[in-house]
Design a protein around this ligand. Sequence first.
Ligand SMILES: [Zn+2]
Ligand SMILES: [Zn+2]
Length: 143
Amino acid sequence: MANRGLSEAIDALKSTRVRMTPQRHAILEFLYESMTHPTADEIYKALEGRFPNMSVATVYNNLRVFKEVGIVKELSYGDASSRFDCVTSNHYHVICTQCGKIVDFHYPGLDEVETLAEHVTGFEVDNHRMEIYGVCPDCKKAR
Ligand SMILES: [Zn+2]
Ligand SMILES: [Zn+2]
């Protein structure tokens, strides 16, 4: 399953003018294998051994490219620590308040919220994000 996602992402990249490089391949592979919604820094730390010339900025620039092509979603939290998600279909997140882990959570899209928000505020709504907070099973065990 995860590998099919990766090969589809690679195909999507090939259909654009974006060149596939070993670094880009490794970053995509890490996103699909970890499924942890990593930050650019976490990706950098996981791959720096394989790519000694790579910097956090390189990782970040590649993620930007993936985002423009639409194979990666950026979850910004109002600070420098954006997280990156290789699942671009609509889904929600459960976030651990102890370790910060983000887990995908599938639930029918709450489209009425968007419609209501449009009616009430006059905004043209693009999307929404819902996050559920709690303590993950691992942290619960550790307590
Ligand atoms: Zn946790
Ligand atoms: Zn996700």
